[in-house]
Design a protein around this ligand. Structure first.
Ligand code: ATP
Ligand code: MG
Length: 222
C-alpha cells in the first residue's frame, strides 16, 4: 500500500529524512513510532504530496503522489498532525463538505461516527475543545471507508474513553480489509492495535517488526 525507498528530505542543510526505506503491506496496521523531530510528520506529508522529497521513491496505492495527488486524496483517509479547518462552520457542515470533495460517504456513516465519538455536529468548530476538534479530524479520515488510512498522531488530545473508541475503530477498519499507517509517541497505544511497528530516529528506520518480537527484543536488552 505504501513503498518508500531511500527517501530523503532536507530543510536547508539539515536532513529531516536521511534515506528511509519502508513498506506498508495491504491489510496491516503499522504503527510509526519515534521521538519528537524524528521525521514522522515529514514522511506522512510526503505521502500526500503536501511536501516533496529531496530524493528517493514514493508509491502510495501503487501511485506516485506527485502525479496522482487528486486520485489519492479520494482513496486515502488522511488526518494531519495539525488538522485545521475553517472554524466558522459547524462540524456537520464541514464534514459534509469534505465528504462531497471525496466523492461522497455512505449514507448515515457521518452521523454514526459522530454519535460513537460523542461529537455534537451542530457545534461551530471554533467553539470546540481540542479533543472535540480532533474528533472532527478522525471522522473526516474514516467517513468514506478509504482503502488506506494515514493518521498523524490520531489520538492526540483524546480522553481515555474516546481513545478506546478510536482503537476500536482502527480494529474494525483492519477487519474490514483497510490498511492503517499511524504515527504515535506511545508504544502502549500502538501495541493495542498494530500488527507491526516501525521505529524512526533521525530520519532513518531503526526497527521494523511485529509488536510481539519488538517487545521481546526490548526485554532482552534490559
Ligand atoms: N518546514 C520545516 N522547515 C524546517 N525544518 C523542518 C520543517 N518541518 C520539519 N522540519 C524539521 O524536520 C525534522 C523532522 O520533523 P517532523 O515534524 O517530521 O518530526 P516528527 O517525527 O513528526 O516529530 P513530532 O513527534 O514532534 O511530531 C525536525 O528536525 C524538524 O525541525
Ligand atoms: Mg509530527
Amino acid at each position: 500500500m505504501i513503498l518508500l525507498d531511500k527517501l530523503a528530505k532536507t530543510y536547508g542543510r539539515k536532513p529531516a529524512l536521511a534515506g528511509l526505506d519502508l513498506v506498508v503491506r495491504t491489510g496491516e496496521v503499522l504503527g510509526f513510532l519515534g521521538p519528537n523531530g524524528a521525521g514522522k510528520s515529514t514522511t506522512i506529508r510526503i505521502l500526500l504530496d503536501l511536501i516533496r522529497p529531496s530524493s528517493g521513491t514514493v508509491r502510495v496505492l501503487g501511485l506516485d503522489p506527485r502525479a496522482d495527488a487528486v486520485a489519492l486524496h479520494r482513496r486515502v483517509g488522511y488526518l494531519a498532525g495539525d488538522f485545521v479547518v475553517d472554524g466558522r462552520q459547524t462540524a456537520g457542515d464541514c464534514l459534509r463538505f469534505l465528504a462531497r470533495l471525496r466523492g461522497g460517504a455512505p449514507r448515515g456513516r457521518l452521523d454514526a461516527l459522530a454519535q460513537r465519538l460523542d461529537l455534537d455536529l451542530s457545534a461551530r468548530i471554533k467553539g470546540l475543545s481540542k479533543g472535540n476538534r480532533q474528533k472532527v479530524g478522525l471522522i473526516q479520515a474514516f467517513m468514506h471507508d478509504p482503502e488506506l488510512l494515514i493518521l498523524d498522531e490520531p489520538s492526540s488530545g483524546l480522553d481515555p474513553l474516546v481513545q478506546q473508541t478510536f482503537v476500536t475503530m482502527v480494529a474494525e477498519a483492519a477487519a474490514n480489509g483497510q490498511t492503517v499507517f499511524m504515527s504515535s509517541h506511545v508504544m502502549a497505544e500502538v501495541e493495542a492495535v498494530a500488527t507491526r511497528v516501525a521505529i524512526i530516529r533521525n530520519g532513518r528506520l531503526v526497527a521494523l517488526d511485529s509488536v510481539a518480537s519488538l517487545r521481546s527484543q526490548v526485554l532482552r536488552e534490559l
